[in-house]
Design a protein around this ligand. Structure first.
Ligand code: FAD
Length: 369
């Protein structure tokens, strides 16, 4: 990568872990189990590592992210849409199988595509998130190797999952053809791993990168406290969802809602620095905004993504429809809202920007340009 920077675990700690930028994607610790472990969802070390340039720094999406260069390399194009990134098509789709459609968070497209790839023998592992057996609703990286496994991970968990650890585990386990599902941060990390000039950890074994649209994830302790305020026990929750400006909690006793604006206090700090809503480097990106109930919004970006959607449609695994322009505009609006809000935080944290000898506070750039 042209804009690559070098650094080690000390730099990672100073620049990312202790500044609140860490998104807990799992990219640093997943491929360096010898030195890195996670404590309170940030990387830490017990032993001194003497590498001057580490994979931990190279793979982290929060150390450096040459997004336009990466977009060109991965997707073969340059964006004309600032909010959604490079894409060739936006459609709406749903799983044809009623069980998958029902079990999936929205239209079940992600689960349908993964089971299709697995049953066709195109992949031998799907790296997804699954709720812990020990702690209710705690998401954990999971390497699915069967349709049953994939179904067990269906549904959205609004906490952060260090999904890249699952990818590292799948590669370590000898898996040769992997699909991964991740939030924008996971997708960025996966692409950095694949594009690294210095470290080959087997990233090319990941053949399909399925991104999820994402506004934010919630900090577990803050979410549990919020549920307490709302009188909800985590053990009773059957499903969480976000839609129509509300955070929805489904229990046997009924549906409890909270305004999404009131959930901002539960947001993980690392998410406030994220400048990607639409998982801009995925082969496809999947969400719900703009789609009717029981359907997904699908952004097709790469040739791999296009072929996957066309093949799955031909095989009858998914149904698709064109997406109306006003619905696509809703997706764009939500992306823009996230980016505009988070850019303020990024600028505040950045301090002066230096271009050759010219140093200027980013908020005052318009005074010069
Ligand atoms: C934290 C979060 C925030 C989101 N925010 C938005 C939003 O603002 N707007 C929008 O339109 N859509 C958002 N989505 C996407 C939406 O909730 C659905 O995941 C998406 O529409 C796919 O639906 P589906 O029915 O195909 O999913 P399914 O078929 O149910 O598959 C979902 C897949 O996502 C994986 N997964 C679940 N939780 C996580 C997680 N925390 N980290 C990584 N992988 C996970 C599951 O393992 C599963 O494989 C968000 C999802 C998450 C997890």
């Amino acid at each position: 990568m042209k804009f690559a920077e070098e650094g080690n675990i000390d730099d990672l700690e100073a620049k990312v872990a202790y500044t609140g930028l860490c998104c807990y994607c799992g990219a640093c610790g997943g491929f360096c189990t010898e030195y890195i472990r996670y404590e309170n969802d940030i990387p830490t070390t017990d032993e001194k590592c003497y590498e001057l340039h580490g994979a931990c720094f190279d793979f982290c999406p929060r150390t450096f992210l040459p997004i336009l260069e990466m977009e060109k390399e991965v997707l073969g194009g340059v964006r004309s849409d600032k909010d959604l990134g490079y894409y060739t098509e936006i459609i709406t789709a749903k799983a044809s199988d009623a069980v998958i459609n029902e079990k999936g968070q929205d239209g079940g497209v992600v689960t349908a595509l993964l089971t299709y790839l697995m049953e066709k023998g195109e992949i031998d592992a799907a790296c997804i998130s699954k709720n812990s057996d020990e702690e209710k609703w705690k998401p954990e990286p999971f390497v699915a190797t069967s349709k049953e496994d994939i179904l067990a991970g269906a549904g959205s968990n609004y906490e952060q999952c260090p999904t890249i650890i699952g990818v590292a585990n799948a590669i370590a386990d000898g898996k040769e053809s992997i699909a991964m599902v991740g939030l924008p941060c996971h997708v960025q990390a996966m692409r950095k791993i694949q594009l690294s000039d210095y470290f080959d950890v087997g990233g090319s074994k990941v053949k399909y990168v399925i991104g999820l649209l994402c506004t934010e994830t919630f900090d577990r302790d803050l979410l549990l406290a919020k549920l307490g305020e709302l009188g909800v026990k985590i053990d009773d929750v059957k499903k969480f969802d976000i839609g129509e400006g509300k955070f929805k909690i489904f229990t046997d006793g009924g549906e409890i809602t909270e305004k999404i604006s009131a959930m901002k206090s539960c947001m993980r700090e690392g998410c406030t620095f994220c400048y990607d809503f639409a998982a801009e480097l995925g082969d496809i990106s999947v969400g719900s905004i703009g789609a009717e109930a029981g359907w997904n919004t699908v952004i097709i970006r790469s040739e791999t993504g296009k072929k996957l959607i066309d093949d799955a449609k031909k095989a009858g695994v998914i149904e698709t429809k064109a997406m109306a322009d006003d619905k696509i505009e809703l997706v764009r609006k939500l992306a823009s809202r996230k980016k505009t809000g988070n850019l303020k935080k990024i600028i505040e944290a950045a301090g002066a920007v230096k271009i050759l000898n010219l140093a200027v506070d980013p908020s005052e750039m318009d005074l010069l340009l």
